[in-house]
Design a protein around this ligand. Structure first.
Ligand code: ADQ
Length: 462
């Protein structure tokens, strides 16, 4: 078995006791993938240093060796808070209104990608597979090639891939996408994002797509394919049955009394549609006054990317919105929205999911969305809750038995809440059974195996 070198922006090894909230789905999924693999996880430590030295901090945690570098403040500004999170993230989530184009961001992005390439280079042995993650590091493969790396290198993109019409608004888009053609394998979450990518390749770069979905470019063959990510199902279910989960479940249920509970769990990010969700819940309360006092929405949203202005804005908007809806509907013994800005240990989170009658996952655009899968995994199969899921999450393609909604339509979401609250047990069980099957089978181990096997089967080109 080849050794695996995983490269991602941040390296963080969450444990089941620690709050994984701020780390997001990438860390959770990668940790699960690396645990069984003899390998190295390389990336930024999250720390800053006055002057970049390229010093590698190597550590061994359980079965994962980590190697990290520190970055300069200017790197962090231009690469991380700049090009990655002010340019590519909004653009890839179809928000060109929030996308900022600044030449210094692009330069910082290239510089840091080069620093990553120089630093990871000495760790790579001849037979290693190199697996690069996400939008922070799109050009890394081509930079490694330029430094003579002939290993198999794959890229997995955790976000959506935007339509060509949006992508062309990015200065130097051809250069960025062309650099990606130096990978051997490029993985997307869904066929939808894969098709957008291939469409761009044909239309903007004028290249031909082979019948197997691969592209021939400068003497190499790049395979592009969909690999839907999943959760570590067994670990999550085990956590959901732990004492901590039971205690969290009982505490939350006791606090809700006889009321039905909806739960939302999302990083505080504009792509997650939290404002629209609050509006939809407000709409439900207004349209169904007879049911209004019998429901409560628990929204858990740990802050992320707090140095980026659009994230400060969304936080401000949500506080105002929650305050407004609570002000309009609350009475002395009841507040309709409980809005909590912190992370929770995963076992406790599983208990909260299980305590909720409805899981509400309504991103405006999401590569996959693991919360939808965790909610399903945490349910009691004999009395499961109902998943309301945005049709614009990648997960919707695998989870047709959820109540699929248009998150932009408050009316649509409000009606789905009503329907979920009234859903008979037999229908809840039938839907949950089908959802559980896909969450169990299409899990994170399968995702990793499918990707690594596909990368391994690529021929090495000298
Ligand atoms: P994210 O945008 O971070 O991930 P998501 O897939 O929902 O979104 O994963 C979030 C993870 O963080 C979940 O595992 C969740 O349990 C955890 N989390 C969130 N809030 C938490 C809290 N308050 N306390 C503890 N844990 C919390 C990106 C992409 C997604 C893609 C994943 C994986 O944006 O589309 O599904 O990567 O590829």
């Amino acid at each position: 078995m080849s050794r695996l070198i995983v490269v991602s922006n941040r390296v963080s090894v969450p444990n089941s006791q620690g709050a994984a909230g701020a780390q997001g789905g990438l860390a959770v999924a990668l940790n699960a993938a690396l645990r069984e693999h003899r390998g190295i996880w390389f990336g930024w430590s999250g720390q800053e240093t006055e002057e970049f030295t390229g010093h590698l901090d190597m550590q061994r945690n359980d079965d994962v060796t980590t190697a990290t570098i520190d970055l300069e403040p200017q790197d962090i500004d231009e690469y991380y808070n700049g090009y990655a999170n002010r340019t590519l993230w909004p653009l890839f989530h179809y928000r060109i209104d929030l996308t900022e184009y600044d030449r210094s961001f692009g330069e910082g992005y290239q510089r840091v990608n080069n620093r990553f390439a120089d630093s990871v280079l000495p760790l790579i042995e001849p037979d290693d597979l190199v697996w690069v993650h996400d939008y922070h590091l799109l050009p890394l493969g081509s930079l490694l090639r330029a430094k003579g790396v002939t290993n198999r290198i794959g890229l997995f993109l955790h976000t959506p891939w935007p339509p060509a019409r949006l992508l062309v608004s990015l200065p130097n888009h051809e250069q960025l996408v062309t650099s990606m053609l130096q990978y051997d394998l490029i993985g997307f979450q869904t066929h939808e994002w894969l098709e957008s990518f291939l469409h761009y390749i044909e239309k903007e770069l004028g290249l031909t797509i082979n019948p197997d979905g691969s592209i021939d470019y400068e003497g190499r063959n790049v395979q592009a394919q969909a690999f839907p990510i999943g959760i570590d199902f067994d670990e999550f279910v085990e956590g959901a049955q732990s004492a901590a989960a039971r205690e969290a479940h009982d505490r939350l249920r006791a606090s809700a009394g006889d009321r039905k509970m909806l739960i939302g769990v999302d990083r505080l990010d504009y792509s997650k549609g939290l404002g629209e969700r609050f509006d939809s819940f407000g709409r439900f309360l207004t349209d169904n006054p007879e049911m209004a006092k019998d429901v409560v929405l628990l929204q858990i949203a740990p802050p992320s990317r707090e140095l980026v202005a659009s994230y400060q804005q969304i936080r401000h908007d949500l506080e105002r919105k929650a305050g407004h809806i609570n002000g309009a509907h609350a009475d002395v013994a009841w507040v309709p929205i409980r809005y909590v800005n912190r992370g929770y240990p995963r076992d406790e989170l599983a208990g909260f999911y299980r305590a909720a009658d409805i899981g509400i996952v309504t991103p405006l655009r999401d590569g996959m969305n693991l919360v939808a899968k965790e909610y399903v995994a945490a349910q009691d199969p004999d009395n499961p809750g109902v998943l309301i899921l945005s049709q614009f999450a990648g997960a919707a393609l695998q989870m047709a038995d959820a109540l699929l909604v248009n998150p932009h339509s408050a009316e649509d979401v409000s009606e789905a809440i009503k329907r979920a609250l009234a859903m008979p047990l037999a229908e809840r069980k039938r839907r949950h059974k089908a959802l559980l099957k896909s969450v169990r089978e299409e899990n994170v181990a399968r995702w990793r195996e499918d990707f690594v096997n596909a990368l391994y089967s690529k021929e090495k080109v000298a």
